[in-house]
Design a protein around this ligand. Sequence first.
Ligand SMILES: Nc1ncnc2c1ncn2[C@@H]1O[C@H](COP(=O)(O)OS(=O)(=O)O)[C@@H](OP(=O)(O)O)[C@H]1O
Ligand SMILES: Nc1ncnc2c1ncn2[C@@H]1O[C@H](COP(=O)(O)OP(=O)(O)O)[C@@H](O)[C@H]1O
Length: 195
Amino acid sequence: MNIVWYQESVTKEERRKKNKHHSFVLWFTGLSGSGKSTLANAVAKTLFEQNIQCYVLDGDNVRHGLNSDLGFSAEDRTENIRRIGEVAKLFVDSGQIVLTAFISPFRQDRQLVRSKLEQDEFIEIYVHCPLETCEQRDPKGLYKKARNGEIRDFTGIDSPYEPPLSPELVVDTDQYSIEQCVQQIISYLKNKQWI
Ligand SMILES: Nc1ncnc2c1ncn2[C@@H]1O[C@H](COP(=O)(O)OS(=O)(=O)O)[C@@H](OP(=O)(O)O)[C@H]1O
Ligand SMILES: Nc1ncnc2c1ncn2[C@@H]1O[C@H](COP(=O)(O)OP(=O)(O)O)[C@@H](O)[C@H]1O
């Protein structure tokens, strides 16, 4: 109430033109340990080296600050993704490419973020990796804790993950190396002439 949207003096289109590239969200989704952070950071490094404006929003980091009041109940995960979606939209408005690395287990939550962005601004990347492989990798030892009952509501163990039905991209980190997955994503963006 009593809040009016302020039209900025520099538009999104003007920022894109100056940056010489499209701005959009690369939304990585997948199980813990599937490779979201690794790939988002590797893609960002490649883009950065090509003078492209980009930034990674990572689950662990955002949960230390902006979303430190949220846990892992279904409601809190939904609110987590809603807030990240709003932040991501601001990055897109600022003319940047934003790469987000959140489990984002619920289709409806990802769909809500997509619906807030325009066509070609939300690129859903399903980081596909079987639970068994994620559990073997267990980079933070969290699956072990979840199996021991030390952590409740752990995605893939006692909390659901809903895979995307029609993502823009699927990367298979069980079958392909980090470098191959990064190349697949960069090729997709080049083919679209977005970078
Ligand atoms: N219960 C439970 N379930 C899943 N993950 C857990 C949990 N508790 C802590 N962690 C750690 O938090 C990271 C996931 O946070 P996200 O913000 O990406 O989760 S979500 O999108 O809101 O579901 C996740 O990071 P990633 O491993 O990078 O996915 C875990 O390190
Ligand atoms: N092809 C691959 N793509 C991404 N990560 C891989 C791949 N192969 C092995 N890994 C390893 O799997 C782990 C993935 O961890 P991380 O990126 O933190 O996943 P997430 O962010 O999804 O929890 C890292 O230790 C990474 O080195």
